[in-house]
Design a protein around this ligand. Structure first.
Ligand code: PMP
Length: 275
């Protein structure tokens, strides 16, 4: 069961217009939520981020934030989803192709859920990454549908036989194709400040809270690709990847080349936040 425009319906019954501005321009916004034991994780934080993105791109939400939350909860219930994700997007609506905001169009919401287990193998064993130029625009803090640079980056990783890219702007690490990146050096946790160059990840925020409670010093400071290669530990954070260790970047082992003790401790604490 999907949600489209104003109602729940089967996927096969959705009639998408080619005039949807999401299709022409990527003129829309989205969120991805994780569902654990039938409950949407950090729902309020995701909804707040949705609202902020909507307001920054001057898109009027089709429902109140409260109603959107209800719709998503209903979607999870109707699909009897216990473990998985909810994808939702809102486009600026349907109008003949022209750049200016259409006068008449109504924003269009689409939402569905997918049953997907936690990626326990990569959470446990880690992944490898390559560095890759971050060629995105200067509002990476907004969760919009324009994901072509992220798609290109992710594919470059797969073409290199690794799972992820660490994006950098002239040597300064920002984030990954669909996750934030953190490193541990001399007992402190480093991650890029939450400014316009990265998505303000919900998982990032949870992990920073956990680090504070574990009394791990947190430094929201940008670091370079060289500093990353010299880190003791590194990991990515995201709704679907949770905390996944990075073992290798550009063929160089990070630390011992195995998931580190700080990473393991944060993973342990993270699991406690939803179980
Ligand atoms: N950065 C980017 C570019 C992303 O697409 C995502 C996934 N939404 C993240 C970071 C991680 O954010 P979150 O923890 O909210 O999933």
């Amino acid at each position: 069961m999907y949600f489209y425009k104003n109602e729940f319906m089967n996927k096969a019954d959705i009639q998408l217009s080619p005039d949807d501005r999401g299709y022409y321009f990527g003129d829309g916004i989205y969120e991805v939520f994780r569902v654990y034991q039938g409950q949407i994780y950090e729902q309020e934080a995701h909804l707040q981020r949705l609202q902020r993105t909507a307001s920054e791109v001057r898109l009027t939400l089709p429902f109140t934030l409260h109603r959107i939350g209800q719709i998503l909860t209903e979607l999870v219930d109707k699909n009897k989803l216990l473990e998985g994700t909810v994808y939702m997007q809102i486009t600026r609506g349907e109008a003949p192709r022209a750049h200016p905001f259409p006068a008449q169009a109504e924003p269009i919401m689409l939402a569905y859920c997918t049953e997907v287990p936690r990626p326990v193998a990569t959470i446990h064993n880690g992944i490898k990454a390559i560095t890759f130029a971050d060629i995105r625009w200067l509002r990476c803090d907004l969760k919009t549908l324009n994901l072509l640079p992220n798609v290109m980056a992710k594919q470059a990783a797969l073409d290199h036989g690794v799972q992820e890219v660490v994006l950098h702007r002239e040597g300064t690490v920002t984030e990954c194709s669909a996750s934030n990146v953190m490193m541990i050096k001399d007992g402190a946790l480093y991650t890029h400040p939450a400014n316009h160059l990265i998505l303000h990840g919900i998982t990032r925020a949870v992990v920073l809270r956990l680090a504070h409670s574990l009394e791990i010093p947190v430094k929201e400071e940008a670091f370079t690709t060289e500093q990353l290669l010299a880190a003791d530990e590194a990991f990515i954070t995201g709704t679907t990847v949770e905390i996944t260790p990075i073992l290798e970047v550009d063929g160089h082992a990070i630390g011992a080349g195995t998931p580190g003790a700080f990473t393991r401790k944060l993973q342990e604490e993270f699991v406690r936040t939803f179980s």
